[in-house]
Design a protein around this ligand. Structure first.
Ligand SMILES: CCC(=O)SCCNC(=O)CCNC(=O)[C@H](O)C(C)(C)COP(=O)(O)OP(=O)(O)OC[C@H]1O[C@@H](n2cnc3c(N)ncnc32)[C@H](O)[C@@H]1OP(=O)(O)O
Ligand SMILES: O=CC(=O)O
Ligand SMILES: [Mg+2]
Length: 361
């Protein structure tokens, strides 16, 4: 039987910090991946602090097997040497079925646990994986004398993980969020795409054929087709599961680094559906994520106007010919709350939001 309501928030080791009741809504528009064992990338990290919401030292896929220990030690060195300020410091450890996952957790929590905000766990299959990490982290936190719990983020990248999504989100008070892992997920599901995230020209719907005067379909006449989003179903499931459990959903990697336009589209689809951020694999993608996952000035102006017009938030009003009521004011509150969280860490955004004229409101 899983833990009862009474003991769900009790520490899992004597001396471990008390689990959080609520996961803080910290800005995390871009989770920027770097390989701490790659000297060029690692050298850029200090200058990126402050310009990206999350810096993530990646130890898993994209790090060669022969470099796993070098990357782990590189991450320890970066963690010790860097003052991260308002930028969050995350890591992605190797998977629990790999020969490196255990050493990653033991070394990182013991050496730089006081700096780490979130540990991303790849290839999570079910609640049992989170339970394993949860207990181990509690033991390590107690040993290291940490005074705040490290949070856990699961990558959804196996069919079993998707099927078990609700139990994964509910498995521990440490659960901070979920990311879509479209590359591993595509492989595990045997999807027939070799792309890392994004759309596919073959996944489309086509408009009906026109008909001639006798009503005969003209199959050979040109017809418009519309490319569909391969990831819509999974992202929508993630958004519901995360919202239900008070944690945060993220789009994952977009592998075509030079296609900044399609990357922006994929990120925006995720933003509109409810995701709070996406991964950045290259510095160019940070700019895209920061733009897309920040509400536009127009949306914030409109939301503030609706909130002001709605007074105590009940009833119905007409604004610019559209009905607004108790439900739409809640949508506007979501927009304004996010704008306020982002303005608190992003002076340029704050300036834009502050410049919204009272007349606009
Ligand atoms: C698919 C499933 C997944 O698991 S996705 C997550 C795992 N993959 C990753 O973490 C990949 C991270 N990114 C990378 O390895 C590189 O960005 C890749 C994609 C290989 C491209 O590198 P490269 O060919 O050097 O790009 P570039 O010449 O445009 O680089 C310009 C300068 O920027 C640097 N750079 C590159 N990527 C990063 C990064 N993620 N963080 C920090 N710095 C980065 C490059 O080293 C290069 O530096 P310099 O100007 O030569 O000094
Ligand atoms: O880890 C990410 C993925 O897409 O796989
Ligand atoms: Mg993966």
């Amino acid at each position: 039987m899983s833990r009862t309501a009474k003991d769900f928030f009790a520490p899992l080791a004597v001396g471990a910090p008390t689990p959080l009741r609520d996961i803080p809504a910290r800005p995390s528009r871009a989770i920027h991946f770097f390989d701490p064992g790659n000297e060029k990338m690692a050298a850029k990290v200090p200058d990126m602090v402050g310009s990206v919401d999350v810096l993530l030292g990646n130890l898993e896929d994209a790090v060669k097997a022969e470099n796993k220990e070098k990357s782990r030690q590189g991450l320890v060195a970066i963690g010790k040497a860097t003052d991260f300020g308002k930028t969050q410091f995350w890591t992605r450890v190797n998977s629990l079925d790999s020969p490196w996952g255990l050493d990653d957790l033991v070394t990182l929590v013991t050496e730089i646990g006081d700096k780490l905000d979130v540990i991303m766990v790849p290839k999570v299959q079910g609640a049992e994986d989170i339970h394993y990490v949860d207990r181990l982290l509690a033991q390590l936190e107690a040993k290291a004398g940490l005074d705040r719990p490290i949070l856990v983020h699961a990558i959804l990248e196996t069919a079993r993980g998707v099927a078990n999504i609700e139990e994964i989100c509910a498995a521990s008070p440490r659960m901070q969020g979920l990311s879509l892992g479209p590359a591993d997920l595509a492989a595990d599901r045997r999807m027939k795409t070799t792309r890392v995230g994004g759309g596919h020209p073959g996944y489309l719907v086509r408009e009906d054929p026109t008909r001639d005067d006798l009503g005969v379909p003209q199959y050979d006449a040109p017809r418009t087709s519309y490319q569909q989003d391969l990831w819509h179903y999974t992202i929508a499931r993630m958004v519901d599961a995360c919202a239900m459990h008070g944690i945060y959903p993220y789009y994952g990697p977009f592998g075509d680094i030079r296609d900044t336009v399609a990357c922006e589209d994929q990120f925006r689809n995720a933003f509109l559906l409810g995701c709070v951020g996406a991964w950045s694999l290259h510095p160019a993608q940070i700019t895209i994520a920061n733009k897309v996952f920040s509400p536009s000035v127009e949306d914030v102006a409109h939301a503030r106007r609706v909130i002001a017009a709605m007074g105590d938030g009940t009833g119905a009003v007409m604004i610019d010919g559209k009905m607004e009521d108790d439900a739409s004011v809640k949508q506007c509150q979501v927009m304004v709350a996010l704008a306020e969280e982002l303005a608190a860490i992003d002076p340029a955004l704050k300036e834009q939001y502050d410049a919204i004229e009272v007349a606009d409101v």
